[in-house]
Design a protein around this ligand. Structure first.
Ligand SMILES: CC(C)(COP(=O)(O)OP(=O)(O)OC[C@H]1O[C@@H](n2cnc3c(N)ncnc32)[C@H](O)[C@@H]1OP(=O)(O)O)[C@@H](O)C(=O)NCCC(=O)NCCS
Length: 240
């Protein structure tokens, strides 16, 4: 198949998208035509990524990034061409594009919720499967780089432990996740980054042997190496 992915660059590509969204809205009352302003603004800011098939646009997505975290805001395959593998191709091309930009994780919420099965096929995970999520939204994420694995019990000299609770709720509970840190030779850069969904109020404990280096909410973990938001991304740690 003659397919290609890239950031949309010509007004005619935007017009093609608008035309199918309007048609879908007029005929079925569903689709992303109601999000047109967001789509157009993203297109102007080069945040509209497309899949071309025989030089026509057959799928597009709108995204934004915050540091190494990308958020897919809209993802759509042209009606009549769905379930033919185009969605998978669009996502594959987008993932490669993001990896080259240093993005490590993609997040989204399923709207419509019927798309959950599609995202699961692409190995997205549901936040609600990881910890107790109060919202009814289906929030999903996919880590797109090799990451440091979680260890039940670590024999590493240095560890990071995380609770899915705030400090005052922890009492004697053990941490929910622990990472045994492994650094590159003569460096404080991790061999693999820690990438994990978080709430910034959760308790994080950083230890060297028995020495506690930090025990406070993630949001207070002041380091240039961590991203705040819905994910924690740690690539290196300062020496103590
Ligand atoms: C959801 C959507 C993007 C999927 O694109 P697509 O081109 O139809 O998907 P593909 O053909 O690449 O499918 C990839 C796999 O997902 C499966 N799949 C596709 N849509 C699915 C759905 N809604 N539920 C469950 N599985 C689905 C396919 O069967 C295929 O599985 P396989 O590889 O095992 O055969 C497309 O249907 C669409 O644009 N829907 C309307 C808008 C929408 O829901 N966007 C998502 C916003 S969060």
């Amino acid at each position: 198949m003659q397919t290609k992915t890239r950031i949309s660059s010509t007004p005619s590509e935007l017009t093609q998208i608008k035309s199918w969204l309007k048609k879908e809205s007029d005929e079925t009352g569903v689709g992303f035509y109601g999000n047109w302003n967001t789509i157009q603004e993203a297109w102007e800011k080069k945040r509209c990524f497309i899949l071309l098939h025989k030089k026509s646009v057959v799928g597009f997505l709108v995204y934004r990034t915050t540091g190494p975290v990308a958020n897919i805001m809209v993802f759509d395959v042209k009606p009549g061409l769905r379930k033919e593998g185009f969605g998978r191709k669009l996502f594959k091309g987008f993932t490669e594009f993001l990896k080259n930009k240093g993005v490590v994780v993609i997040e989204l919420f399923c709207s419509p919720q019927t798309s959950e099965g599609f995202w699961r096929k692409l190995y997205f995970e549901k936040l609600a499967d990881l910890y107790d999520v109060k919202s009814k939204r289906i929030d999903m994420y996919k880590i797109i780089v090799p990451k440091l694995a979680i260890t039940e019990k670590s024999d590493s000299a240095e560890t990071i432990a995380l609770w899915d609770k705030e400090q005052h709720e922890v009492s004697d509970c053990p941490p929910k996740w622990v990472w045994g840190l492994r650094f590159k030779k003569n460096s404080r850069e991790l061999e693999r980054p820690i990438v994990h969904p978080i709430n910034y109020k959760w308790l994080l404990l950083w230890k060297q042997g028995n020495k506690v280096l930090h025990s406070a909410p993630i949001g207070d973990f002041v380091s240039a190496t961590i991203e705040y938001g819905s994910f924690m991304v740690i690539t290196s740690l300062p020496s103590q």
